[in-house]
Design a protein around this ligand. Structure first.
Ligand code: SIN
Length: 548
């Protein structure tokens, strides 16, 4: 599939490959899309900057939220799942997108089970179901106790291997190839040694996951650096809802932790565990009618408030008392192992926990069919903003979104190709290796954690903006690390611009200086794109209202 074309010393791409569809990313959305596209007869190439299966999907613990026919609580329904999603999303979900994705959920889960996924059985022989924050019913199915993402990824990778789906591992996409009319016709990539290449295709699907590495502590793996979002912005696509970064209320706390921190799934609270402070007092009592199972934004903000008002000064963690959860080690083997590794026995000891960056509710503006505003560019999964999550994602809705929109995007690509709507990739220009503004990653993560986590204000965001401006330098993108750092820098700038402008608190966006939700001014998404000089700019607020 690859042909050498020029010499590396010229700094132009030295090899080239072609396909009908390039899928960037090998998590749930990417592999589901690739498998469906292959079924539809397309030549697909999956490109991943790590090894296949190394993405965020495998770290998902809690499960898949879905209301299956004949397997649900008395009175539960897809419409109630829709209602819970809209409530959690704090007024910014797109109701049509929510309905379309959640109603398609049972069929997608059934497909996944047909290709081999094994979910945990309950006592009745039906699937076991648990509850997580914001859900009004037990509708979260799970696998391996708390290893649902790992089972989903295992199933998809096995299916891809069995079907000999072509996968190019350890290649990072740098930039889109664009035709003179602005359609996407492929991407430039760097191989593991930094050797550049060209991948040409009339359709490119971004399924590159999230951006948790913007922050010092996150539940996301090292590869979650916002690359797909940055590539989309540079290609002319719009993004929205970037200010809504969901902090998971409970990752395992260890002093000074950096990078990926072990998640303590919300399902532990679903099975009865409660959040307490250092004095043993409930964190959630009196905060929300759903108590410890309030939506995630509410719980994370309550924990943060309790930590900052701790007697004796600011504290950096609270505790999850799971001593009343029966058979903890069997039900939550992943969490149990992580606790034991730091000498905590959840059957006896309260688990030290703290919030950490977990999920990007916003992203590249895309329909539930994966189409973006740029011909030939599609987005699905965490990188996309379909309108399912609004200002705060409902727990365990994301694996479902990846399954549904991944398959739907493959169908859109096939339809667009058949209708002759996509560009001839031969018309797409070969960009030179990009030079882009790059900030020091460590400094960026520190500043983002300090000023753009839970509890933002105008002064802090202004400081953060200056830090980003002053610490960036234009650099050629020669290595995987350079490409990631450039993506983190651009995405941080865009996020800060959106967070500065939104002068209210809503969902995951908590402003200390504007603590109240302001529906009159702010019940709308903010659209963001790049100016001709490459700066993130927000669309005019009035124009954005109907558009997003
Ligand atoms: C969890 O298990 O708490 C995380 C699941 C999710 O983020 O949807």
């Amino acid at each position: 599939m690859t042909t050498p074309v020029t010499d590396y010393q010229t700094k132009t791409p030295v090899w080239e490959a072609r396909a009908d569809l390039l899928v960037l990313g090998s998590g749930v959305a990417g592999l589901t899309a690739a498998l469906r596209a292959q079924e539809l007869g397309l030549r697909v190439l999956v490109v991943t900057k790590a090894a296949v299966g190394d993405g965020n999907t495998r770290w998902a613990q809690g499960g898949v939220a879905v209301v299956l026919d004949g397997e649900h609580d008395e009175g539960d329904s897809v419409d109630r799942h829709v209602e819970d999603t809209l409530v959690a999303g704090a007024g910014l979900c797109e109701p049509d997108a929510v309905r379309s994705i959640l109603h398609a959920g049972p069929r997608s889960v059934s497909w996944l089970r047909d290709v081999g996924a094994r979910f945990d059985p309950g006592a009745t022989g039906l699937l076991a179901r648990t509850r997580e924050g914001g859900h009004s019913a037990f509708r979260v199915i799970h696998a391996g106790g708390d290893a649902t993402g790992a089972e989903v990824e295992r199933t998809l990778v096995a299916e891809a291997t069995g079907r000999r789906l072509p996968v190019l591992e350890r290649h990072i996409a740098v930039d889109a190839l664009l035709t003179p009319l602005g359609a996407v016709g492929g991407v430039t990539v760097l191989d593991p040694n930094g050797v550049p290449g060209l991948l040409r295709a009339p359709a490119v699907l971004l399924a590159t996951g999230g951006l948790g590495q913007l922050y010092q502590a996150t539940s996301n793996p090292e590869i979650a650096t916002g690359d797909g979002l940055a590539l989309a912005l540079r290609a002319g696509a719009q993004a929205a809802d970037l200010e809504f970064v969901q902090f998971h209320p409970t990752v395992l706390y260890t002093p000074g932790a950096r990078g990926r921190c072990p998640l303590v799934t919300e399902a532990v609270r679903g099975e009865g565990a409660v959040l307490v402070d250092g004095a043993g007092a409930s964190v959630m009592r009196g905060v929300h009618p759903l108590g410890d199972l309030a939506p995630r934004d509410v719980v994370s903000a309550a924990i943060t408030r309790r930590m900052t008002t701790a007697p004796g000064g600011i504290d950096d963690h609270v505790f999850l008392d799971a001593t009343g959860v029966s058979s903890f080690a069997e039900r939550f083997p992943t969490v149990f192992a992580a606790c034991r590794a730091i000498g905590v026995d959840p059957a006896r000891d309260p688990i030290p926990v703290t919030p950490a960056a977990h999920f990007a509710c916003g992203g590249v503006v895309a329909g539930t069919d994966g189409r973006t505003g740029v011909t030939g560019l599609y987005a699905a999964g965490e990188v996309a903003r379909t309108g399912l999550h609004g200002a705060n994602r409902l727990a365990s809705n994301s694996l479902l979104e990846g399954l549904v929109t991944g398959a739907g995007t493959a169908e859109s690509v096939a339809a667009d190709l058949a209708a002759g709507l996509l560009a001839d990739p031969k018309q797409a220009r070969e960009p030179r290796l990009k030079t882009a503004p790059v900030a020091d990653r460590d400094g960026l993560q520190r500043a983002m954690s300090r000023y753009a986590a839970i509890g933002r204000d105008a002064d802090g965001l202004a400081v953060l903006g200056s830090v980003l401006d002053l610490s960036t330098q234009d650099r050629p993108l020669r290595t995987h690390r350079d490409v990631e750092d450039a993506a983190l820098t651009l995405v941080a700038q865009a996020l800060v611009a959106a967070a500065e402008r939104r002068t209210e608190s809503r969902g995951c966006h908590v402003r200390a200086d504007f603590p109240v939700r302001d529906d009159e001014t702010w019940q709308r998404s903010q659209l963001i794109r790049l100016s001709p000089s490459g700066q993130p700019v927000l669309a005019d607020p009035v124009a954005a209202m109907g558009a997003a």
